[in-house]
Design a protein around this ligand. Structure first.
Ligand code: FES
Ligand code: FE2
Length: 376
């Protein structure tokens, strides 16, 4: 029997399912439809709050083609607006900067408060007249986008239709409850953040991150102490990934990072790596955590922004340098497979591929989620 929906094959049981068709990787139109459903219609990662440490700090970020403005308002609250002036649609903030006073549009100088309120419209009523009774300023505030900060990641729901973040990601929040900042202590962002540029569709980075199957071949260094058999799968409706039972803390000259407070024994040797659908990859360990924001730049290019966090401000630069270099090395090892799978998706004979029933459950879970979001 022929499946009616183009993604019906993805929704079959793991052993019979096919992966997402090539068009989801190589066709800009399909990519745009998909982006609307899975990047703008859910809670996607946009940035981290540490990028706007002080009131007035503003960073423009584009998500799936939508220009957004990440901002810390005058009272210290993180907010996200559409980065566009309500007058003639000029981009408001073109580069990261600290806003002193108000956000001033560079075109005709309409000004907005850091809470998005239109506060000044010079000469709008003619020379020397800064108001015009025909124009009601009160409905010309900036369009604010729903945002929610979790583990320092600023998640946004651009189309406004998603359930509250705490509901959408309830299972993962519960899974990692021990790491919540009110229990484990604050996350301290390390300045050694870095970005990788990858010539591949953002989903391939998720798919690869979810599984440990590739460890022996792609990460022989990691695999030497954390073997395939030390890993377990994590699968859930809105996140999936893997965990290891043999996390070994980094040690340099007898020094280690401190631990997060109050963790249970499980975390003495466990670590978990989870894709928070759609585009955030997170890792937690007893002594550090990280978040990777996958920012699509079109259908075939992705920027991976990696942010590392510790339980306390970094005291030992050697240790932190080493840890950042370690992770950079691991993530760089993954680049050639993401780029290779992207290139492979131009082969018309590729039907989306198959999944190892034993090893690829978490990757299939992601495809299944995409297919569901797209109505399959
Ligand atoms: S477009 Fe912004 S003030 Fe005219
Ligand atoms: Fe990997």
């Amino acid at each position: 029997m022929k499946d009616l929906h183009p993604l019906a094959g993805v929704r079959r049981p793991l052993g019979e399912a096919t992966g997402l068709p090539n068009a989801h990787y190589v066709d800009p139109e399909v990519h745009a439809d998909e982006a609307r459903a899975v990047l703008l219609g859910t809670w996607a990662g946009l940035a981290v709050a540490a990028q706007v440490p002080e009131p007035g700090d503003a960073v423009p970020v584009t998500l799936a083609g939508v220009p957004l403005l990440l901002l810390r308002d005058r009272d210290g609250q993180v907010r996200v607006f559409q980065n566009v002036c309500r007058h003639r649609g000029m981009i408001l903030v073109a580069a990261p900067r600290r806003i002193e006073g108000a956000i001033r549009c560079p075109y005709h100088s309409w000004c907005y408060s850091t809470k998005g309120r239109l506060v000044a419209t010079p000469h709008v009523g003619g020379p020397g007249r800064n108001v015009d009774e025909r124009l009601d300023r009160s409905d010309l505030n900036l369009a604010e986008v729903r945002s929610h900060v979790w583990r320092d990641v600023v998640f946004v729901n651009v189309d406004g239709t998603a359930p509250p973040f705490a509901q959408a990601q309830a299972a993962l929040i519960e899974r990692w409850a021990e790491f919540e900042e009110d229990r484990a202590g604050a996350l301290h962002h390390d300045g050694r953040s870095f970005t990788l540029e990858v010539a591949g569709n953002w989903k391939l980075a998720v798919e690869n991150y979810c599984e440990s199957y590739h460890l022996p071949w792609v990460h022989p260094g990691l695999n030497s102490y954390s073997r395939l058999e030390d890993h377990y799968h994590i699968e859930h409706g809105d996140h999936s990934g893997q965990g290891t039972r043999v996390y070994r803390q980094l040690e340099v000259d007898g020094a280690r990072f401190p631990d997060f407070a109050g963790l249970s024994d499980k975390w003495d040797t466990a670590a978990e790596y989870v894709a928070v659908y759609p585009n955030v990859l997170m890792g937690v360990h007893r002594d550090h955590a990280y978040a990777i924001l996958l920012m699509p730049d079109g259908h075939d290019r992705t920027l991976e922004h990696v942010h590392v966090y510790y339980p306390a401000p970094v005291a030992d630069a050697t240790l932190a340098d080493r840890n950042a270099a370690l992770w950079k090395g691991v993530f760089e090892e993954d680049v050639f497979v993401v780029e290779g799978m992207q290139a492979g998706r131009h082969a018309p004979g590729f039907d989306g591929g198959r999944f190892s029933p034993a090893m690829d459950g978490p990757t299939h879970a992601f495809h299944d989620w995409i297919a569901r979001r797209m109505g399959a």
